[in-house]
Design a protein around this ligand. Structure first.
Ligand code: AHM
Ligand code: MG
Length: 337
C-alpha cells in the first residue's frame, strides 16, 4: 500500500520543517478536525437519530436554527474549550463570544466558526459543511472580548472547512497553500488527498443565486448578462452555471476546477451589505481561495483587508478564479468612479 500522509503528520511537518505553525496551533487544528468528524457523524445519522428539522430557536440574525446547527455548535464548543490553546470562540450561531471557562487554562488563539453552513440543505441530504478561522489574541490582552475578534482577514493564522458530502473532506490552510484531507471513516484518520489545491486563473463556470437577479446592482447585472449572452455576447464563449446553496460545496468545486462564486449586496434590504458573514464565511474562504491562487473581493476591495466593525458583520462576496473576480470588481469600480 502506498504510504499515506495523515493530517497529524502534515501539521507536524509544517511545525517542524518550516516552523510555520506553533505546536499550540497544530493541536488546536487537530481538535477542530476531531469535532468535524463528530459533526459529520451526526449529519450522516440524520433521520435515524431524529436530528433533522428545526430546533425551535433562532440565532442572533433572526434565522431559524436547525437541530443540527445546534448540535454542531455544541460539538465545536465542547471539543475546543478544555485544550488550553484558545482564549475564546465566536460562532454564527451565538450572540456573543464564548470565553473559556475559568476551570481550564487559556491559550493565545481565537476560533471563529459557522458550525453548519448551508442550512437550507440540511434536511434534503445535500452537502453541507463547517467553516472555521483562527486568529491570534492581540498581545497583552488578558480578558478577550468581542472587540478582539474584529481583526481583518489578513491576520488569520489558519482557516478551513469540512464538507459533509459523498466523502467527508477537510480543506485547510495555515498560510502555505491549501491541502485537502479525506476522512477514512473505518480508521478515523484524515488522509492527505490533495497536497496543493490551485484555482485556475480562468474559468467558464459561475455560481450565483439567479432568483435575486431583479434586485442586483448594475455592475453585477452587467457582468452576469455578459456571461449569459454566451458565444454571441461580448465574452465570445459559453458559460455554465452551478449553485448548490451551500457555500462550502460551491467553494470546494471552485477549488477543484475553478469558477466564480458571487453573493452580492442587492437592493432587497439596501442597508444590508450582502448575506454572508465576514468573520465566519467570507474571511476563511477568501484566505483559502487566495492561498490557492484565486482572488476574493466585495466588489470594491480585497475581502481580507476589510476591518470588521461588528462580530456578525455581513459582506458582499466575489471569489474564485482571478481573472473573473478582477473583471466583476472592475465593473464595480467603474460605477463608483
Ligand atoms: P447559512 O450559514 O445560514 O447556511 O447561510 C449561508 C448559505 C451559504 O452556504 C450559501 O452560499 C447561501 O447561504 C445560500 O443562500 P440562498 O439560499 O439565498 O441561495
Ligand atoms: Mg453559513
Amino acid at each position: 500500500m502506498a504510504s499515506r500522509i495523515s493530517l497529524t503528520q502534515y501539521l507536524v511537518e509544517k511545525q517542524r520543517e518550516k516552523g510555520l505553525i506553533p505546536a499550540e496551533l497544530r493541536l488546536l487544528l487537530e481538535v477542530v478536525a476531531r469535532a468535524c468528524k463528530r459533526i459529520g457523524y451526526a449529519v450522516s445519522r440524520g433521520a435515524i437519530d431524529g436530528v433533522l428539522g428545526e430546533a425551535g430557536s433562532s440565532n442572533v440574525q433572526g434565522e431559524v436554527q436547525k437541530k443540527l446547527d445546534v448540535i454542531a455548535n455544541e460539538a465545536l464548543l465542547e471539543a475546543n474549550e478544555w485544550g488550553g490553546n484558545l482564549a475564546a470562540m465566536a460562532s454564527e450561531e451565538m450572540d456573543h463570544p464564548y470565553t473559556i471557562p475559568h476551570r481550564y487554562p487559556k491559550g493565545e488563539f481565537l476560533l471563529l466558526f459557522d458550525p453548519l453552513d448551508g442550512s437550507s440543505n440540511i434536511d434534503v441530504n445535500v452537502s453541507i459543511g463547517t467553516i472555521f478561522s483562527v486568529l491570534r489574541l492581540p498581545e497583552g490582552v488578558k480578558e478577550p472580548g468581542e472587540e478582539h475578534f474584529l481583526q481583518p482577514g489578513t491576520k488569520q493564522v489558519a482557516a478551513g472547512y469540512a464538507v459533509y458530502g459523498p466523502s467527508t473532506l477537510l480543506v485547510l490552510t495555515v498560510g502555505d497553500g491549501v491541502a485537502c484531507f479525506t476522512l477514512d471513516k473505518e480508521i478515523g484518520s484524515w488522509w492527505l488527498t490533495v497536497e496543493r489545491m490551485q484555482v485556475p486563473r480562468q474559468t467558464r463556470e459561475f455560481a450565483i443565486n439567479a432568483s435575486n437577479a431583479r434586485h442586483w446592482q448594475p455592475p453585477v447585472k452587467r457582468y452576469v448578462d455578459e456571461l449569459l449572452a454566451g458565444r454571441a455576447g461580448p465574452r465570445g464563449t459559453d458559460f455554465n452555471m452551478r449553485w448548490v446553496a451551500s457555500m462550502v460545496a460551491d467553494v470546494h468545486r471552485i477549488l477543484c476546477r475553478g469558477g466564480i462564486f458571487m453573493y452580492p449586496r442587492d437592493d432587497r434590504e439596501p442597508g444590508k451589505p450582502g448575506k454572508l458573514r465576514l468573520l465566519y464565511e467570507a474571511n476563511p474562504m477568501s484566505f483559502l481561495i487566495e492561498q490557492a491562487g484565486g482572488a476574493a473581493t466585495n466588489g470594491h476591495q480585497r475581502i481580507m483587508e476589510i476591518v470588521p466593525t461588528k462580530l456578525h458583520e455581513r459582506v458582499a462576496v466575489f471569489l474564485g478564479s482571478k481573472d473573473e473576480v478582477e473583471r466583476v470588481t472592475s465593473y464595480h469600480r467603474e460605477v463608483s468612479r
